[in-house]
Design a protein around this ligand. Structure first.
Ligand SMILES: O=C(O)C(=O)C[C@]1(C(=O)O)C=C[C@@H](O)C=C1
Length: 297
């Protein structure tokens, strides 16, 4: 059928790997976009039925660009989630593979990837300047395109293989349990390979005004109805300093209507609640025992 699914590209990003797990080829055709806003906007406009973007990392936390774009620029449904293992690698043009680490002048990567390796970089590449690009695979492509420069890219092994880089070091993230949560957006689809580990609902809650206990009351409604919240994240409304939207992820338990009841209560207190989607959650190791995608390289 070859249904196209958009992902944060170019080929070889972690998001590409996540997209391949969520939307396996040949049934789907994973198609790169240049940035997270491009993926979300293309899905919002109906140019793609499906899209995949990162939303949270175990070390660095939220991918704010994804959260903000979901709130302010598009109206797309979250339709699935994948928690995927992240191994960061230091990769260089083969011309420089024998150079000592301190001889490299520039580190190129996505801000999330750099942040996941901050101590490692301070220790081993203290003099190198950092240049940020829109994805780790873009960083690999950039380093490959400048063989005359002593630059390193941080990113997945698959990007290194795709753009002809040598791996100098693997697993350079500062903490071992590095995972990123990716979301699928757009239309619902049946994942052909796996049973989900569970179901979640994502909600965007905006308080009517700031008064003592406002957020407490919201959380109390979920607690009273026995709804387990797995995440709460605030982002500025961008309208006034000190005002926030709250992203709340709620586990869908046995009592299916509990979330609806909690949302009803919260709305009756004057809060605005936008439902971002109810969706199945996949964990990479549980997708039919698959190992991390190697992009067939
Ligand atoms: O640049 C990539 O490879 C991406 O897929 C983006 C991204 C992110 O934004 O979090 C995805 C996973 C890793 O946490 C690092 C970067």
């Amino acid at each position: 059928m070859n249904e196209p699914a958009a992902y944060l590209g170019p080929r070889g990003t972690f998001t590409h790997e996540a997209a391949q797990a969520l939307f396996p080829e040949p049934h789907f055709q994973n198609t790169p976009c240049d940035s997270i806003p491009d993926v979300l906007t293309a899905v919002d406009r109906g140019e793609f039925n499906f899209g995949v973007v990162p939303v949270e990392n175990a070390i660095e936390g939220s991918v704010n660009l994804t959260l903000d774009w979901l709130v302010h620029h598009v109206d797309v449904r979250i339709t699935g989630e994948l928690v995927y293992p992240i191994t960061q690698n230091l990769m260089v043009h083969p011309n420089h593979a024998g150079r000592p680490l301190r001889g490299f002048t520039r580190v190129v990567s996505h801000p999330q990837a750099v942040a996941q390796c901050r101590s490692h970089l301070r220790k081993h590449l203290p003099e190198a300047r950092v240049s940020y690009v829109d994805s780790t695979a873009e960083a690999a492509r950039h380093v490959a395109a400048h063989p005359e420069e002593a630059w390193v890219a941080i990113g997945p092994r698959s990007a290194g293989a795709l753009y002809g880089l040598s791996i100098l070091e693997s697993g350079i993230q500062d903490y071992p349990n590095n995972f990123t949560r990716f979301i699928a957006v757009g239309n619902a689809w049946d994942h052909p390979l796996a049973d989900p580990a569970g179901m979640k609902s994502s909600l965007l809650v905006t308080l009517p005004s700031d008064f003592p206990g406002a957020l407490h009351q919201v959380l109390a409604s979920f607690a009273r109805l026995g709804v387990n919240l797995t995440r709460i994240e605030s982002r500025p409304t961008k309208k006034k300093l000190g005002t926030y939207h709250f992203f709340i992820d709620a586990e869908q338990g046995a009592e299916e209507s509990a979330i609806d009841k909690a949302v009803g209560e919260v709305e009756s207190r004057g809060c605005h609640v936008r439902r971002l989607g109810s969706y199945p959650c996949y964990s990479f190791d549980k997708i039919n025992g698959m190992r991390p995608v190697d992009n067939g390289l």
